[in-house]
Design a protein around this ligand. Structure first.
Ligand SMILES: [Zn+2]
Ligand SMILES: [Zn+2]
Length: 137
């Protein structure tokens, strides 16, 4: 699969049964819709903020950022804002294929997602991402 930002080939990274596509050049991350849900579920985080349905039904965010094409169906993706502090601008495939995060955005948003259990889910997510990105070589 090609990176929607810089068009280089992305690499598939698998960790704890969650697969994501990672671009080693721009450090962006693509999640297939089901994979992101799996990640949130594995980490015991609420799925509401980042469910593809809620992203796709939210209003399109006006942005100067260039529109990107979905790496799966190649149609233009929708710009959507998720989170509040900080707001993170992500790209979502309007057919529901998945979500694209620029470098560092996954970390920014995932720390805002409330956990479903009273455990240190966010710490686990941060460790997970650290391990994923170490594993890339
Ligand atoms: Zn890239
Ligand atoms: Zn698509």
């Amino acid at each position: 699969m090609k990176c929607p930002t810089c068009h280089n080939m992305m690499i598939v990274v698998e960790h704890e049964h969650v697969e994501l596509d990672y671009c080693p050049d721009c450090e962006g991350v693509w999640f297939d819709a089901g994979e992101l849900e799996l990640l949130l579920e594995t980490m015991q985080l609420q799925q509401s903020i980042l469910s593809i349905d809620s992203v796709l039904t939210s209003q399109e965010t006006k942005s100067k950022e260039k529109k990107r094409k979905c790496p799966i169906c190649h149609s233009k993706m929708k710009k959507a804002t998720v989170g509040h502090d900080p707001e993170v601008l992500i790209d979502a495939c309007s057919r529901g294929d998945g979500l694209w995060f620029d470098a560092g955005e996954v970390g920014q948003i995932i720390t805002q997602v409330p956990s479903t259990q009273d455990v240190d889910s966010q710490g686990r997510v941060i460790r997970f991402l650290g391990e994923v990105f170490q594993a890339r070589d």
